[in-house]
Design a protein around this ligand. Structure first.
Ligand SMILES: NC(=O)c1ccc[n+]([C@@H]2O[C@H](COP(=O)([O-])OP(=O)(O)OC[C@H]3O[C@@H](n4cnc5c(N)ncnc54)[C@H](O)[C@@H]3O)[C@@H](O)[C@H]2O)c1
Ligand SMILES: N[C@H](CO)Cc1c[nH]c[nH+]1
Ligand SMILES: [Zn+2]
Length: 428
């Protein structure tokens, strides 16, 4: 793995260049053609794309409940137990995210407030191109259920022999209402606009590859989206006290997701940098997903060596990684130095896959530097807010002059007259 040793300003410039969100025009064009085709031709376009991209013939996009029940009934006991542990921990963590509305009547005759309303129907994208993601179902469906969403549906690409049974069982455990076997940009288009067999939803959430992430960006506005959760990333801050074999293993845990995944180590120790680089190379040779992981390491990965601990945090805040591991002595003391990261893993036993599967915090996280302004998927993504106002006549009278003044400053006479009509005996 490549080691870079530059001054901090140069390193920050390099990171900003590497994490720029440039749209690949070819992907943008492919995706918009897919979306337009699905809008115009509905299920028949979906059928064509499933044949083209996933090499499967689909007659019914909606999966029969009996197929889901069978997958659940026949699931290996250890896998079932693991999914139930994930459900328990994800539920207890996400219940803490529930928020209440508010109402205030601090001013005489005035009632103001805000109420929270769960979304009616949401679509969860569950990736399925190069790996199956039952864990991602638990991470997206549980917060939706806790928020009180009426209808939770899944889209996921089918394989030749159907959808992975663990994915189906996870959907049942999480209480998902329907599963549609369709993936990629075409699935996003179907959820956004609806087709003969797939109802349109109010919001699409969930991670996916570059085609999925680009499609979500393109349908935003027609439908809400959660964030850009694209190819996985791991940033590790470590010093001499870290174990190079473990650091390398954690980098590869995310590199194996996607050729575009981003594994990054920032350290103040050249010795650790060299040892991690050697470990990455040797561990890669025996990793089953070596082809994907080595493309990620070679194209997107790097190890940066800086002078001191503060520089590690400055640089990592510029990276704004999806996952950030801190492998320093007494890691919790550094929490307040982190401004930009999706999820933080403190200490050597908080290896990233712990958060991917069972710890409870969400693993659907902002990527590509968007942790500068986005948050992990949560219960708050599945509710919207509506505010309300009630004034008595004397309360409105107290503020009528200021309202009509502002309305006339804006040249909006109709607004002023609407208020004055409340005090004009002619209208009473
Ligand atoms: N950020 C997160 O929270 C998070 C969580 C889990 C997974 N991930 C990421 O999700 C992604 C999963 O990717 P995946 O590929 O395995 O599954 P995917 O389901 O996202 O994508 C597969 C689909 O992409 C479409 N596709 C493939 N090649 C295409 C082409 N040339 N033109 C048009 N469409 C094409 C096909 O329809 C295919 O079904 C990875 O990048 C992984 O890192 C991210
Ligand atoms: N690390 C992924 C998010 O980037 C989530 C995941 C699911 N399964 C394994 N990993
Ligand atoms: Zn992972």
């Amino acid at each position: 793995m490549k080691i870079v040793q530059e001054n901090l300003a140069e390193l920050e410039k390099m990171v900003q260049m590497k994490t720029r969100q440039l749209n690949d025009p070819k992907v943008v064009a492919t995706v918009s053609e897919i979306i337009n085709n699905v809008v115009e031709n509905g299920d028949s376009a979906l059928k064509d794309y499933e044949k083209k991209f996933d090499n499967v013939d689909i007659d019914n996009f909606k999966l029969d409940q009996s197929v889901i029940d069978d997958a659940y009934d026949n699931l290996d006991k250890d896998v079932k137990d693991a999914l139930f542990l994930a459900k328990k921990n994800i539920t207890s963590f996400h219940k803490k995210e529930l928020e209440d509305g508010f109402m205030d009547s601090e001013q005489k005759g005035v009632l103001r407030g805000q109420k929270l309303v769960p979304l009616q129907r949401v679509g969860l994208y569950v990736p399925g191109g190069t790996a199956a993601y039952p864990s991602t179902i638990m991470m997206s469906a549980m917060p939706a259920k806790i928020a009180g969403v009426d209808e939770v549906v899944i889209v996921t690409p089918p394989q030749k022999d159907g959808i992975n049974p663990a994915v189906l069982a996870a959907a049942k455990i999480a209480g998902v209402d329907a599963i549609y076997q369709v993936g990629g940009a075409q699935a996003i288009a179907a959820l956004a606009y609806g087709t003969e067999s797939i109802p349109r939803v109010d919001k699409i959430v969930g991670p996916g590859n570059i085609f999925v992430a680009t499609a979500k960006k393109q349908v935003f506005g027609q439908v809400a989206i959660d964030m850009v959760a694209g190819p996985s990333e791991i940033g590790i801050i470590a010093d001499d006290s870290a174990n190079p074999r473990q650091v390398a293993a954690d980098l590869l845990s995310q590199a194996e997701h996607d050729k575009l995944a981003r594994p990054i180590l920032v350290t103040d120790s050249l010795k650790l940098a060299k040892a991690v680089s050697e470990n990455v190379d040797s561990q890669l040779k025996v990793l089953p997903r070596e082809e994907i992981a080595s493309a990620s390491v070679n194209n997107k990965g790097f190890i940066a060596v800086v002078e001191k601990i503060d520089d590690m945090f400055t640089l990592m805040n510029t990276v704004a990684p999806e996952h950030l591991e801190i492998q320093l002595e007494d890691p919790t003391q550094y929490l307040n130095q982190i401004r930009n990261a999706g999820s933080v893993f403190l200490g050597k036993y908080a290896s990233e896959p712990l958060g991917d599967y069972v710890a409870g915090p969400n693993h659907i996280l902002p990527t590509g530097g968007t942790a500068r302004f986005s948050s992990p998927l949560g219960v708050y993504d599945f509710v919207k807010r509506t505010s309300f106002i009630q004034y008595t006549k004397p309360a409105l009278e107290r503020e009528a002059k200021q309202i009509t003044t502002l309305a006339r400053v804006e040249g909006l006479e109709g607004h002023a007259r609407a208020i004055e009509s409340r005090f004009d005996t002619y209208y009473d």
